[in-house]
Design a protein around this ligand. Structure first.
Ligand code: ATP
Length: 233
């Protein structure tokens, strides 16, 4: 796995069931907006909080690898898929592993869409995520990035624990390089109303997904005949 030398390293976990162009745009635009040295994609083995993926882990990984082959600045970490014998992938464990790989000083930033960030409190040991990495949150159509209304206790706006963390940790892109972990940085990306669920639905219906997924993913889906039937592998 490439670690792109020095600088802030982006870590982009997902089910990628399948990888689509909004995932790629998120990674590209995060790299630009946050001045990242590179982005490492980490396909989930068995996601803890979601239904079982439709595509087998090996297929999901293979599609990410094919789509990213030779794209400068992007790499793929297969460890979650490889470890996914029977237990779910927890992001906290992924970050612990990444921290061991890169040492205590390297700034690491976990990249999330606004929908994933909104559900963060349900994640295993979620408060410890901030000890290990920054979090950067991309805008996503239909998923407002809630900012605690005033941040002032007693104004009637009963914020959640995540709202409080957001208010306390909110930073600018330039903050990411200053410390190894702990800031939350929102960033705007090109609005793309694309989801893996909608892509699978189109495939089940026999409709085209060309230009919603990279050509390499389309070729893979066609040659392996995945997603064409409900729950089909
Ligand atoms: P689903 O169909 O369940 O919504 P998905 O398209 O979100 O799946 P995931 O693999 O779960 O695919 O997404 C990985 C990450 O990419 C998540 O953090 C998610 O928020 C983000 N993401 C996915 N699609 C978009 C999008 N269109 N805009 C912004 N972020 C996105």
């Amino acid at each position: 796995m490439s670690d792109f030398g020095e600088g802030v390293l982006g870590l982009f976990g997902g089910t990628f069931d399948p990888l689509h162009v909004a995932h790629l745009r998120l990674a590209i635009e995060a790299r630009e907006a946050l001045d990242l040295a590179g982005v490492c994609f980490i396909p989930a083995g068995i996601p803890a909080l979601r239904e079982t993926p439709h595509g087998a882990a090996a297929h999901r990984l293979a599609m990410v690898e094919r789509a990213l082959a030779d794209v400068p600045g992007f790499s793929v970490d297969a460890a979650e898929v490889a470890n996914a014998a029977s237990r779910p992938s927890y992001t906290i464990e992924t970050l612990e592993r990444q921290r061991r790989l890169h040492g205590p000083q390297r700034p690491l930033v976990l990249l999330l869409g606004a929908d994933a960030f909104a559900r963060l409190e349900a994640w295993h040991r979620w408060r410890e995520l901030f000890d290990l990495a920054h979090i950067a949150v991309a805008t996503r159509p239909g998923h407002e990035l809630k900012v605690m209304r005033s941040g002032i206790p007693g104004d009637g706006a009963a914020g959640t624990a995540l709202d409080s963390e957001f208010a306390a940790r909110r930073g600018e892109p330039a903050d990411l390089a200053k410390v190894p972990a702990g800031r939350i940085v929102p960033f705007a990306m090109t609005a793309l109303e694309i989801s893996a669920t909608a892509i699978r639905r189109r495939l089940e219906q026999g409709l085209s997904v060309r230009y919603l997924v990279p050509d390499a993913v389309l070729d893979y889906i066609d040659s392996h005949q995945i997603y064409r039937t409900p729950h089909g592998h």
